[in-house]
Design a protein around this ligand. Sequence first.
Ligand code: FAD
Length: 461
Amino acid sequence: MAVDYLNDLISIVGKENVLTSEISLDTYKYDAGLIYGNPDVVVFVENEEQIASLLKFANSRKIPLVPRGNGMGLSGGTVAQLGGIVMVMTRLNKILEVDPENRVAVVQPGVTNMEVQKAVAPYGLVYMPDPASQKVSTMGGNLGENAGGMRGIKYGVTKDHIIGAEVILTNGETVQIGGKLEPIAQELNLNLLLQQSEGTLCVATKIYLKLSPAPKAQRTMLSIYKTLEDAGKAVSAIIAKGIIPCTLELMDNKVINAVEEWLHIGLPVHAGAVLLIEVDGWDVGLDRQAQQIVDICKEVGALEVKLARNEKERADLWVARRMSIGAMGRMRPNYDMEDATVPRNKLPEIFKYVTSLSEETNIPIGMLAHAGDGNLHPLVLFDERDEDEMRRVQYIRDKLFRKAIELGGTLSGEHGVGLGKLEFLNLAISKEYLKYMRAERLAFDPNEILNRGKTVPDPAA
Ligand SMILES: Cc1cc2nc3c(=O)[nH]c(=O)nc-3n(C[C@H](O)[C@H](O)[C@H](O)COP(=O)(O)OP(=O)(O)OC[C@H]3O[C@@H](n4cnc5c(N)ncnc54)[C@H](O)[C@@H]3O)c2cc1C
């Protein structure tokens, strides 16, 4: 579509930062999920002044605008399904400060999670949330989606580690929320509203991260099961004994084989599932904790529990988990990484259900899970050029989300609602709750410029 406001954009960010060619628009049409949009124009911003002017302009003309980090989201959060402007934030990529005394880092939103980790490591510090996409996902995107990760079970997710932000509203105003101190009792906590707002309230331009001392030691093990359900049972058993590992990740037989075929790490290819389990903290006491976990796993039916004997063995186990999505991606032209959460003790039931869906539809599904959080990521493999397969994939999604809700779970553990889960939102959220979510959204962005039509839908639309 011809854009009649190009000169306005050029006057704000300069000609070189406004892209309209077909190939550029195609490049910014989608995120890491399955939904495609239709942006009219892509704009790169470099500083706060440009962002404020762009927001004010879009607001004055009621043009939809999508803030975008690295587009690694999986729910269509950065897809411009209504056209309009995609505003790319990746050039705001500076680590502004690492303050070891207050254990805080201040970063721009385009910095990746991994860049933060690297910057704080020399101080003996760590930023705890570690999404599997950490090499590429930005802190703006992590904040937008409240990203989780492998350490979530013990250390929490993004909302537990972002303590403040400087944000720009659609009227161009800048607001400081929180800061170097964790929210204290003098104000309503807008910081919490911001987390997981999926770019529907405001645009974060500076983010304050809580840092933690790096754990001194770890023990890492691979617990091997005959069936997926057995592995699911072990998860609840470990937690029920009062042990909180820092990692409790699950991979099923399909995932194990996909990784092994690619990387030849020596994973047990005949196992129904494995759990990657890690405990961390001070060295003293870790052997005892690890042994307790080994005993519990064996009690509930583990075939074997292998403790990593050195750093190389530990690194191999982590490579297996971190590369597992890519490994599955090699198996078929497309994959869709689903995301739902159930109470931990319902994991065996939902695993069984997903297996039955795979058999019923003849669509391969591998299972990955941040199992300690009850957060499952079925990896559905298909070819999107095949309409019949696409119908079956949609059927699987529909059944999966209904089942998760029926079991007392949620539609998402970490990938958000965006566009991808909108059709299921009424299963999970009451009309009354949605009404207050809408009120919150409209208080910040009355013209619904930011990510219009996503996350917090207008029930009347
Ligand atoms: C292989 C793979 C593995 C993944 N593993 C995980 C995982 O383990 N845990 C997890 O939680 N997620 C995971 N994800 C999902 C994804 O990486 C995260 O959602 C991540 O936070 C997205 O970051 P991004 O920079 O790509 O954000 P984008 O996709 O660009 O944006 C995400 C949302 O944030 C909004 N946004 C972006 N920047 C700003 C800003 N400055 N201010 C306000 N809003 C903003 C956008 O509008 C959008 O709604 C994975 C994805 C892939 C493809």
